[in-house]
Each structure stands twice: as structure tokens, then as C-alpha cells.
Design a binder for this molecule. Structure first.
Ligand code: ATP
Length: 454
């Protein structure tokens, strides 16, 4: 089997599901979209929040050695001069003299336009940072850039973190936020956009211990994906050959994922040495040194940086969750999200729209809503509603039928197995909490019973 065919879902199917179910739409859709920009719909935003939350919890809240930060998108232009972005965040481009399309020179195998076969210009460097002006006058002195990564905000805050964070080395600074890159070629859905979100952290370590911490973080980051139900077989490490490393990096390893378009970078982990802090120290005149009170030395720490695109992570989680299963005469499309990532945790479904049933179901919905992201749905047949929730990746459906009015019990249907249990309404909330935390469906609360086994 080719690597491409091994992905569980084609790009077309993924895009269509995302649009049909309200995950992701093209930006400015009614005007024909805007290349490289996407909008998250009502379900997509829940998924996005959950992915960011899972990362924040694992990287910041569950650790003692990490500080969170939220720095501004616009920064003093001196930051981008010192970091090297103004001079080196550039791609060599060629332009077709006939149709004027621009191409990344590195991507071309022949010396003619891939679109029309036209003659190409010489290579020219193209800065991928978006430029704008601050204040009312559009002049050179007022140029600011939309940040292409969030890292610089953390480097320049290193002295603030040191003086207020009360941390000793090794420790990290983490943040999530929007980044902008005027990519020459966008595509493969949300894989490569011009506006996207990044979650990344800078882990400051004592020089000499950097390679040890680099290896540690590669392992930790791999474990994070696996914990959130990504199959190990769909992840591959790609250590960059030494001769291809960025000018600031001592080592870089990408975590690649098997996307529908093939293996591609999901996350990059770099040992950035002391390059960034030294650059900013030289340009600003401010010390970026750390005083090690054990060895009584002053030194500039080395930095290990794992950097991940939120949207790329979302795409990987969507691809991984996607499944098509034969179901009677039809195909069941289901998203097997890890419960922590599922946009909707529970759906409450009355069997019919009869007044007494909907009133009973709405009471249950109102009781569950403060505990989980819950959806109420009384349209269409129950079978179609289950299919809809399967496509949204909802782990559990709670069904209310006429018998519920008499025995005060409700049915819980599990997304992945389609098995069902029947539990007293009073035990619903606690049972759902336990199931969402991973408990087997057939472990029953008092008074509960197995209802349907597929
Ligand atoms: P690529 O080689 O794919 O262009 P990169 O090496 O330039 O990526 P980094 O600068 O290391 O990427 O960015 C860190 C992470 O941000 C990447 O691993 C990826 O997940 C994400 N990312 C980078 N560029 C984009 C983009 N244009 N759209 C969406 N996510 C992106």
C-alpha cells in the first residue's frame, strides 16, 4: 500500500464533512473565500478550544516548571530585525512572465511555469512577513509586522519571567496565539494557511544539558499525541540532517503525521542554543543572563522549542478520528475523537416530539448542560440523529423514550461500540462523568442494566 493510501480519509471527504457539520468554512465564504484563511464553525470552535486546552493543561497546568504568557501580535520592529526575520524570513521565488503566478523556486523540478508552461523570471527573495503601519502615517518609521510565530514574544520576556516567575533553570515559557505568514503556496485545507494559530514553548536550560532536554521533549510531545488517541503508526520522527539545519539550530526533529496528502510536519522541535537570547541582548543592550546560585555562574541559557500549529493538530485529530463503517445497507461515518477533544460530549435525544417526552428530556438536558457540552435534538428519526452525532464525534447519546416517563430511566448509547445501557435518571450525570473518563460502558450504576449489545 502506498503511503498516501494509508491515510484513513481523503482530503475531499474531510473538507466536505467539516463544511457539512459546521467544523470549518472558507473565510469570507459568500465572497468566494480568501486563499489561506479559514473560519471555525460552531462545532469546530469547540474542537479547537479542546485541543488548545489539552495542550495547555499538559504543558502548563500539570507541570511545575512552566509559565504561561500571552504576548501581543504587533511588536517593536527591532524584535524582527534582531531575530533575523527581516533579513532571513524569506523564500526564493520565481514569477511566470506569462500568467504572473509565483512559485517557490525550491519546489520546481523544471525551469518553466507548472501552470501554463511559461518562461520564469530569475529567483527573487520574498519576505513572508505581513507588513502594516502603526498610527496614521504610512511611512517607513511606522512599519510593524504581523508576527509569523509567537516565540519572539517569549524570548523578549525572559527577563520579566526571571524576575516575577520565581523559577530556577530548567523552566519554560509557553503561549498560544495567532501567527501570520504570507505563504506563497497555501493548500491541503487547514494544513498550510496564511493566518493560523501556534502553540509553542521555550524551555530554558543550562548549556551542556540542552541535548538531554531536547531528547526529553521529543519523547514527551510524542506521548501527548498518543494519549489523545493518535495511532503511533501514523507518527514518524524526522531528525533534520545537520547540513539542513536553520542557522540558529543545533538540532531539529519534526514529528510528522500521515496526512491525506502524505507524511508531513505536524510539530517541529528545535534546540535553538543561546542564539535568540544573545541576539536580543546585543540589540537591546539588556542582559539576558541567568545567575545560577548553585554554581555561582552567570550564563545565557540554551533553549529547546517545541512548536505546533493548532490548525495542523486539528487536522491530524480529524483525520485520525475519521472512520467509515458498514452499517446495514449504508455506511456509518464516525469521528472517534478522544473524549477530551470531542466538541460535544453528550446529546440528549427524546424519541419523539410528544410534549410530555420533550419536557422530560429538556429537564435532563438542563441538568447536564452545566457539566458537559451538551446538545439537545428532537428533529428527524432517532437513527438519523445518531448518525449526525456520530459525524460530530459525540461520545454518548442519552435517549429518552416513553418508558422513561414510567421507570425514570434513560438509555446511554456509546458512539464507538453503539452498545447501550439503561440507567436511572438520578445516576445519569455521574455515569456519564465516569464513561467520559474512560470507564467501560458495561460497568453499571446501581439499578442500571445492559440494554443493547451490538
Ligand atoms: P513548514 O515546513 O510546513 O512550512 P515550518 O518548518 O516553517 O513549517 P515552523 O516555523 O517550525 O514551521 O512552525 C511551527 C509549526 O507551526 C509547524 O510545525 C506547523 O505545525 C505550524 N505551521 C507553520 N506554518 C504553518 C502554516 N502556514 N499554516 C498552518 N500551520 C503552520
Amino acid at each position: 500500500m502506498s503511503e498516501k493510501a494509508a491515510s484513513k480519509v481523503s482530503l475531499e471527504k474531510l473538507v466536505s464533512l467539516c463544511q457539512r457539520r459546521g467544523f470549518i468554512f472558507p473565510s469570507s465564504d459568500i465572497y468566494g473565500g480568501l486563499s489561506g484563511c479559514w473560519d471555525y464553525g460552531p462545532v469546530g470552535i469547540e474542537l479547537k478550544r479542546n485541543v488548545k486546552e489539552a495542550w495547555w493543561r499538559a504543558i502548563v497546568q500539570e507541570r511545575d516548571d512552566m509559565l504561561g504568557l500571552d504576548t501581543s501580535i504587533l511588536m517593536n520592529s527591532k524584535v524582527w530585525e534582531a531575530s533575523g526575520h527581516v533579513t532571513s524570513f524569506k523564500d526564493p521565488l520565481v514569477e511566470c512572465k506569462n500568467c504572473h503566478l509565483r512559485w517557490k523556486a525550491d519546489d520546481l523540478t523544471e525551469n518553466k511555469c507548472p501552470s501554463c508552461g511559461g518562461e520564469l523570471t530569475e529567483e527573487r527573495l520574498f519576505n513572508t512577513m505581513f507588513k502594516t503601519f502603526i498610527g496614521p502615517v504610512e511611512e517607513n518609521a511606522s512599519i510593524v509586522y504581523l508576527r509569523p510565530e509567537t516565540a519572539q514574544g517569549m524570548f523578549v520576556n525572559f527577563p520579566n519571567a526571571l524576575s516575577t516567575g520565581r523559577k530556577r533553570l530548567p523552566f519554560g515559557i509557553a503561549q498560544q496565539g495567532k501567527a501570520f505568514r504570507n505563504e506563497i503556496t497555501t493548500g491541503n485545507f487547514i494544513f498550510r494557511s496564511r493566518e493560523f494559530e501556534i502553540m509553542e514553548f521555550e524551555y530554558f536550560v543550562k548549556p551542556g544539558t540542552d541535548e538531554k532536554w531536547f531528547d526529553y521533549w521529543v519523547e514527551e510531545r510524542l506521548k501527548w499525541y498518543i494519549r489523545l488517541s493518535i495511532d503511533k503508526k501514523h507518527l514518524k520522527l524526522y531528525p533534520h540532517p545537520k547540513e539542513k539545519l536553520a542557522h540558529y539550530a543545533r538540532s531539529t526533529t519534526d514529528i510528522n503525521y500521515l496526512f491525506p496528502h502524505g507524511w508531513a510536519e505536524l510539530e517541529g522541535i528545535a534546540n535553538r542554543t543561546d542564539f535568540d537570547l544573545k541576539q536580543h541582548s546585543a540589540a537591546s543592550g539588556k542582559s539576558m543572563e541567568y545567575f545560577d546560585d548553585e554554581t555561582k555562574e552567570h550564563y545565557v541559557p540554551y533553549i529547546v522549542e517545541p512548536s505546533l500549529g493548532v490548525d495542523r493538530a486539528i487536522m491530524a485529530f480529524l483525520c485520525e478520528a475519521y472512520d467509515e463503517e458498514p452499517d446495514k445497507d449504508e455506511i456509518r461515518v464516525v469521528l472517534h475523537f478522544h473524549p477530551d477533544l470531542a466538541p460535544i460530549k453528550v446529546a440528549v435525544l427524546p424519541l419523539s416530539r410528544k410534549e410530555n417526552l420533550t419536557a422530560f428530556a429538556k429537564d435532563i438536558y438542563t441538568a447536564l448542560k452545566p457539566c458537559f457540552t451538551t446538545q439537545y435534538d428532537d428533529t428527524q428519526s432517532i437513527g438519523r440523529r445518531y448518525r449526525r452525532q456520530d459525524e460530530l464525534g459525540t461520545p454518548y447519546c442519552v435517549t429518552i423514550d416513553f418508558q422513561s416517563l414510567e421507570d425514570n430511566m434513560a438509555t446511554i448509547r456509546e458512539r464507538d461500540s453503539m452498545n447501550q445501557i439503561r440507567v436511572p435518571v438520578a445516576a445519569l450525570k455521574d455515569t456519564l462523568v465516569a464513561k467520559l473518563a474512560g470507564e467501560d460502558l458495561f460497568i453499571l450504576p446501581e439499578g442500571g442494566k445492559i440494554w443493547k449489545q451490538e
